[in-house]
Design a protein around this ligand. Structure first.
Ligand code: GLU
Length: 416
């Protein structure tokens, strides 16, 4: 019997890529060039810890494809951020920036570390060492990092500072910075704003009334918490939320500002007085209209996909569903809106931040939010039209549009 092994995250993403390449009739050579990262850097990141001993971490920057512009993508600090996961995420950035028609390629970086275990001073030293070790790949017109899981505006401030010590003040070298030192208004909320907008649009187009729709969100970090906050503006009811240590549920809707306050004080979601505690597994199986995975990857699997009791899955996290889960959800008639469309709000406002930095000009927040929704809407309409005209899933449509644009850029540039 042939032993079947579990696919790696990069192999999983490439199943979606291969389907798109097949439907576009790309040659084997083009497929190989577009599938594989153009460049990968592995670095050692030694850090002197506060007690004096040295810890050595491993970091990566994977530049997946630069045909459409400078490489763009976040930096992840997570114990599972190995090179294969970073590759998968870098390729998703390539398809995401192309799908949203932003003038960028795709990249991702990662350091295998649990940031919760390090002090602020240790994180500052780790970030500086990592930045210096990948600095020769970076530049405002070459490769522009941003926050991702486990990193935030403070991390980007340290990166900008480390980069600036070598190259002079260069705010456009990273995005997602604090507003006080060149960040864009509206960047912090951007991914969640895009997610909330997309939930509202999709629900309407599925003839569900967003007003009163029951939403369950897995993850209460930057993306999950902003999504929850902004969804309330559309009249939706967030009935379940979970964080790393478990979740809470209230059939009548959770008071999100109060839950945020509780998380700030206690450091976790469970124990909130305005709901009952549930496990992460129970949360995913709650009956609801919309399920929003907004945490880590591979949380929707062949094991739990048959048990989901939702009508719509909106992927705020990157790569939350395995291909098997994707197939099961499609068979069950549960609509899935794919990550490269849903969570593009972050990189869209990163694009605005980069242009503002290059022009040394600041936009008002209302302009940022307005332009963000325009681009989200165009991406959503493109995906819907492609899915309807070709009778394919929204994920297949999103990949087909992204892959076609990158293939076209390669052809126009004429470098092969
Ligand atoms: N890390 C975010 C993402 O996965 C944002 C990337 C960026 O702004 O460059 O899309």
């Amino acid at each position: 019997m042939v032993a079947t092994r579990k696919l790696t995250p990069f192999e999983e993403v490439n199943l979606f890529f291969d389907q798109a390449a097949e439907s576009l009739g790309l040659s084997d050579g083009h497929r190989e060039m577009l599938r594989r990262p153009w460049r990968e850097l592995h670095v050692q990141v030694p850090v002197r810890m506060d007690d004096g001993h040295i810890e050595v971490f491993t970091g990566y920057r994977v530049q997946h494809n630069g045909a459409r512009g400078p490489y763009k993508g976040g930096i992840r600090y997570h114990p599972e951020a190995d090179v294969d996961e970073v590759r998968a995420l870098a390729s998703l950035m390539t398809w995401k920036t192309a799908l949203m028609n932003l003038p960028f390629g795709g990249a991702k970086g990662g350091v295998q570390v649990d940031p919760g275990e390090l002090s602020v001073a240790e994180l500052n030293r780790l970030t500086r060492r990592y930045t210096l070790n990948i600095e020769h790949l970076l530049a405002p017109n070459r490769d522009i990092p941003a926050p991702d899981l486990g990193t935030n505006a403070q991390t980007m401030a340290w990166m900008m500072d480390a980069y600036g010590q070598l190259h002079g003040h260069s705010p456009a070298c990273v995005t997602g910075k604090p507003v006080e030192i060149g960040g864009s208004l509206g960047r912090d909320s951007a991914t969640g704003r895009g997610v909330a907008y997309l939930i509202n649009q999709t629900a309407r187009d599925m003839n569900m009334n967003p007003d009163g729709a029951r939403i369950v969100i897995q993850g209460f970090g930057n993306v999950g918490s902003w999504t929850a906050r902004l969804l309330q503006e559309y009249g939706c009811q967030v009935i379940g939320v979970s964080g790393v240590r478990g979740g809470v549920y209230n059939s009548k809707g959770l008071d999100i500002p109060a839950l945020l306050e509780h998380q700030r004080e206690s450091g976790a979601v469970p124990g909130f007085a305005g709901g009952e505690d549930i496990t992460n597994e129970e949360l995913l199986e709650l009956e609801c209209e919309v399920l929003v995975p907004a945490a880590i990857g591979n949380v929707l699997t062949a094991a739990n996909a048959p048990k989901l009791r939702t009508k719509l899955v909106v992927e705020a996290a990157n790569h939350p569903a395995t291909p098997e889960a994707d197939d099961i959800l499609a068979e069950r008639g549960i609509q899935v809106m794919p990550d490269i469309l849903v969570n593009a709000g972050g990189v869209i406002v990163s694009y605005f931040e980069w242009t503002q930095n290059l022009q040394e000009f600041r936009w008002e927040e209302s302009r940022v939010n307005e332009e963000l929704l325009k681009i989200m809407d165009r991406g959503y309409q493109d995906v819907r039209e492609m899915a309807a005209s070709q009778s394919i899933t929204h994920r297949q449509a999103a990949f087909r549009i992204g892959v076609e644009r990158v293939a076209r850029a390669v052809e126009l540039r004429g470098f092969v």
